[in-house]
Design a binder for this molecule. Structure first.
Ligand code: 13P
Length: 337
């Protein structure tokens, strides 16, 4: 049997552990991957489907996708797919929901309906209403990692790549206080960049990014003294402050083309390493912590993508009135540059 294809950034031993712990259907060898990739492409073509995938997806899922990107790039892409009759979203639930809100007339299929986001579950519409009562008149920025119900009670959404611009745009319209939910670490990042605005943070965090510690950064600097160390703004503030760059996954994907370095330590979910290694085969990329694996992103497997394409299930839907209100917050975000 050919060697099993590793998950980006992991040793084959930990890949096995990951797949076993997630009870994933596994592909036996590279031949299976190739055959199934061709089947997925053929079905996608017949169905008129576009396959969108987040940077954290498994290598074989990234490879089969029509478009791979960060949350903002995916939202922008989902807002402009006039020729697709179906969207297959390889990511987590809130991402598929965003695509569904932007495409009410198209089926949006999420290959595993259980692929959720614990961070998104850390704020409810009730929490937002409470904050609005405490800070009357303060606009509400909700991270795209929220449910449609939370977006529906927000003024504007943001992603990690445009959070600073979104808050600056509110400041330019006169806001001196901004409610920012749910990620407290992204909120701290924004507060450092926009010090003249009082940011009222939510209390949420991403359990995968919470794995990175200051010790990880110190160890990485010793092991890879020439490398640039970069982390995601969902990391704790100590880690952010110790890194050379704090970037969204889209920013990480651009970084090697913008600097002269050829070695990078990457502090985000390990799927990003496959994306970077594919884009820049001449550079070396090391995980800041190889156990930073999002179990939800990894629920989307090639067999599940194939199943979703053949059955057009499970479909993500959003009630019309919620979608109308949430769409306004998402569209307001999409015009911020
Ligand atoms: P970006 O891809 O927008 O950086 O965000 C990824 C994410 O959702 C982390 O939880």
């Amino acid at each position: 049997m050919a060697e099993q294809r590793p998950v980006a950034g992991l040793t084959s031993g930990s890949t096995e552990t990951l797949r076993e712990s997630l009870s994933q259907p596994r592909l036996d060898d590279d031949l299976d991957v190739l055959t199934m990739t061709e089947e997925v492409r053929a079905f996608a073509h017949d169905r008129g489907a576009i396959i969108l995938a987040h940077n954290y997806q498994l290598p074989e899922v990234q490879d089969v996708a029509d478009f791979v990107g960060d949350s903002l790039e995916l939202a922008r892409k989902a807002a402009s797919v006039p020729d697709a009759s179906v969207i297959v979203f390889c990511g987590v639930h809130f991402m598929a929901e965003t695509a569904a809100i932007l495409n009410p007339e198209k089926p949006v299929v999420l290959p595993d309906i259980e692929a959720g986001c614990p961070l998104a579950d850390m704020v409810t519409p009730h929490d937002v209403e409470d904050l609005k009562r405490q800070y009357p008149g303060a606009p509400v920025v909700s991270y795209v990692n929220t449910s449609a119900d939370v977006k529906a009670v927000s003024d504007i959404c943001c992603t990690s790549s445009n959070a600073v611009s979104v808050v600056r745009s509110l400041a330019a319209s006169g806001a001196d206080t901004v409610i920012f939910v749910p990620d407290k670490h992204l909120a701290a990042f924004v507060a450092r960049q926009v010090p003249d605005v009082h940011i009222v943070p939510g209390n949420g965090f991403c359990p995968t990014h919470a794995r990175f510690t200051l010790e990880d950064v110190e160890r990485a600097r010793k092991e890879h003294p020439e490398a640039i160390v970069v982390c995601h703004p969902e990391c704790v503030e100590d880690v952010q402050l110790a890194c050379d760059y704090v970037l969204s996954t889209g920013g990480m994907a651009r970084l090697p083309s913008e600097v002269t370095a050829s070695e990078f330590v990457v502090g985000t979910e390990v799927g990003m390493l496959y994306r970077l290694r594919t884009m820049y085969p001449e550079c070396a990329f090391y995980p800041l912590n190889e156990r930073a694996i999002c179990p939800n992103m990894k629920k989307i497997t090639l067999p599940r993508v194939l199943h979703a394409l053949t059955t057009l299930e499970p479909i993500v839907t959003v009630p019309e009135e919620t979608a109308r209100l949430a769409r306004s917050a998402i569209e307001r975000m999409l015009v911020v540059r």
